[in-house]
Design a protein around this ligand. Structure first.
Ligand SMILES: Cc1ncc(COP(=O)(O)O)c(C=O)c1O
Length: 455
């Protein structure tokens, strides 16, 4: 098959492709970059331009693009088997991967249920938590609700949107959603209490969470949290100790803790899983994105033995978990995940992150001095830079000004691909990024912020 030239490809895209989270009228007016290749930290377009992938292809890429070892594992797997179902059959790759995931997950998570994206991994956790209580307490159980956090993002399917809390994305779908009990987001820079300081914010949010749990414990099946950092909500960092305290509160009130590690899992925060940072084992944990190092759609919902056991019964008791997707446990995707886990070990990836995390800390401290940088937030290799119109008053730029988009467009001139979250500039490179590349990324970001906000 011959590939058409860049101009024709742009035309095809404009004519036929409907892009996610995109106002298509704006898109149609643009000349999009068409990516055709990847190499390490770089994406390369059809005209040969190179862009450092500053958002790891939407927070997925771990070891760089087109990593030879993963490519090889995929080629070998394709020659053995492309797909077979997990409905009625087991498969070698999915069995081996499940074992390895249980070995590396926070202790106590023992069973792996596969699906194919982050939203479904979260939906599955919600359905498991809901059904678990029905098995434990009978179908009349009042435990049918979920505690969620404002500003949370757990994906775009209806269940995942229901437990989300970003009105800009979710407001229009409100009539379709199931209601949840919403707790304040520990967004210390803009704490709902109106007070200042991380400790104050932490105290307020936890007190409020505890109050909600006390009021609603009889009807609450589970709590859903993005541990350590609410990512899509603007890289909002939780104060240290927050996740641990949430775990304690869940235990005290008989509420299952669902950790959505879709974005923060697989080394992003500097430890393999974010929950580990606070020594927490959730009851259910959702994984995707970095699971295959950004190669293929695969997700997993991990559960404790206790949850799994509640689903065991006589056939006629109908305790089965009636959920499954066509490509559940796809062997090619599982092969990519296994090759990625090998590379974590072979490259000693977590150890190599230490100097890069320290470097980012330094750069964020400098960035925080800029006139229009209100707040910088960092969890390991993830960063958010919140731009404000007025630093004193924390007045945000009006969203219609699209200051984040403008900074990211400017960054293209510096050979960077970035994607903002409103007024927050996101730093989320492949974990394999070199120190030199990181310097290049942060220089480009700083210059772009200056250019857009100081002119
Ligand atoms: C924390 C979190 N959960 C779930 C999702 C949804 O994942 P997916 O887009 O693969 O459905 C995302 C996506 O960004 C996410 O950041």
């Amino acid at each position: 098959m011959t590939t058409p030239d860049s101009k024709t490809l742009r035309e095809y895209d404009r004519t036929y492709v409907w892009h996610p989270f995109t106002q298509m009228r704006d898109w149609e007016a643009e000349d999009p970059i068409v990516i055709e290749r990847g190499e390490g930290s770089y994406l390369i377009d059809t005209d040969g331009n190179r862009y450092l992938d500053g958002v790891a292809s939407i927070w997925t890429n771990v070891h760089g693009h087109c990593r030879a070892e993963i490519n090889e594992a995929l080629k070998q797997q394709i020659d053995r088997l492309e797909h077979s179902t997990l409905l009625g059959l087991a498969s070698d790759r999915s069995a081996i991967l499940a074992k390895r995931l249980v070995e590396i997950a926070p202790p106590g998570l023992r069973k792996v249920f596969y699906s194919d994206n982050g939203s479904t991994a979260v939906e599955i956790a919600i359905k498991m938590a809901f059904q678990y209580h029905r098995h434990k307490q009978g179908s009349a159980t009042a435990k049918t609700k979920f505690i969620t956090f404002r500003n949370a993002y757990h994906g775009d399917t209806i269940g995942a949107v229901s437990v989300g809390g970003i009105d800009l994305f979710h407001g229009v779908f409100r009539p379709l959603l199931f209601p949840t009990i919403q707790a304040p987001s520990p967004y210390c820079y803009r704490c709902e209490s109106g007070g200042t300081g991380d400790e104050n914010c932490k105290r307020f949010c936890l007190q409020e969470l505890e109050r909600l749990m006390e009021t609603h414990r009889e009807e609450t099946a589970g709590l859903v949290i993005e541990p350590v950092m609410q990512c899509a909500g603007g890289m909002v960092l939780q104060p240290p100790g927050f996740v641990k305290k949430v775990r304690e509160l869940c235990d005290r009130h008989g509420i299952l803790m669902i950790a959505d590690e879709v974005a923060v899992g697989f080394g992003r925060t500097g430890s393999l899983f974010a929950c580990e940072r606070e020594g927490v084992t959730p009851d259910l944990m959702a994984l995707s994105k970095g699971l295959t190092a950004g190669y293929l759609p695969l997700a997993a919902t991990l559960a404790t033995q206790e949850i799994y056991d509640a689903f065991l019964g006589e056939y006629h008791e109908l305790k089965t978990f009636f959920h499954g997707h066509t490509f559940t446990g796809n062997p090619i995707a599982c092969a990519a995940a296994l090759a990625s886990l090998d590379l974590f070990e072979q490259d000693r990836l977590l150890e190599t992150l230490v100097p890069k995390i320290t470097y980012l800390e330094k750069r964020f401290r400098t960035l925080a001095q800029l006139d229009h940088v209100g707040n910088t937030r960092q969890a390991g290799m993830i960063g958010g830079i919140e731009l404000v119109l007025d630093k004193e008053t924390k007045t945000p730029y009006p969203w219609e000004e699209r200051v984040g988009v403008r900074v990211c467009s400017e960054a293209r001139q510096h050979g960077l691909f970035l994607r903002p979250l409103g007024n927050v500039i996101v730093v989320f490179p492949p974990l394999s990024v070199s120190l030199e590349e990181l310097g290049y990324l942060m220089d480009g970001i700083e210059e772009s912020i200056r250019k857009v906000t100081e002119q």
